[in-house]
Ligand binder design. Structure first.
Ligand code: NYM
Ligand code: MG
Length: 211
């Protein structure tokens, strides 16, 4: 039973390359929705707080080495371990604004050379987002923003391949927003997409991700 009278919350995912502005936009959207009195939480993947998340974090920091398929499955497991909590929040009427999700999982691993269908498989059955906002920034532009934190994957050539795989994953839930324009302009568009999504999904069933 979707407890709250207002219907369920929306699962809104922001995706994009490193330094595309996702984290800033997630924070801005979150405070906007809170200001509207909308029950909202900000989530992110990888969730580095769990024990799986700590393994991922050490890998990204180059403090540990893991086989490509192994780390891929850990990223996926990190979403699976949050699935039931995610579902209960959504059914209870809370909208989740999520910084990265399965699309990051597939795009980054496929860019390393893993078979894309193999990469998609462990994501099947996770909750399907109601909206995916892709912040589109050219890899070169993102790199100019600086602040690559020295983590694995933070190299322009690699990010170009990631962008190609992201492109191949686009489906009807995706809205591509030009992330190279001023932050306030991006914010405006993100707000509008999110508000529409939240009102439209109240009546819709939660579904599972399939590709
Ligand atoms: N990443 C993130 C993956 O390779 N697979 C995944 O499933 C997810 C969620 O982790 N470069 C990569 C993308 C990023 C890195 O993410 C860390 P962030 O948003 O910088 O903490
Ligand atoms: Mg990063």
């Amino acid at each position: 039973n979707a407890g709250s009278k207002g219907g369920r919350g929306a699962l809104i995912v922001l995706e994009g390359l490193d330094r595309s502005g996702k984290s800033s936009q997630c924070a801005r959207l979150l405070s906007f929705l809170e200001g509207k009195g909308c029950a909202t939480e900000g989530w992110r993947f990888p969730d580095r707080e769990t024990s799986v998340g700590k393994m991922i974090s050490a890998y990204l920091a180059n403090e540990s080495q893991l086989d490509d398929r192994t780390i891929h499955l850990l990223f996926s497991a990190n979403r699976w371990e949050k699935r039931s909590l995610m579902e209960s929040k959504l059914l209870g009427g809370t909208t989740l604004v999520v910084d990265r999700y399965s699309y990051s999982g597939v795009a980054f691993s496929a860019a390393k050379g893993l078979d894309i269908e193999w990469c998609k498989a462990p994501e099947v059955g996770l909750l399907a987002p109601d909206l995916v906002i892709y912040l589109d920034v050219q890899p070169e532009k993102a790199a100019e923003r600086g602040g690559y934190g020295g983590e694995r994957y933070e190299r322009v050539e690699f990010q170009k391949r990631v962008a190609e795989y992201y492109h191949s994953l686009r489906d009807s839930t995706w809205k591509v927003v030009d992330g190279s324009v001023p932050m306030e302009t991006v914010e405006e568009q993100v707000r509008e997409l999110a508000m529409n999504c939240i009102s439209e999904c109240k009546e819709k069933q939660l579904t599972n991700l399939s590709w």
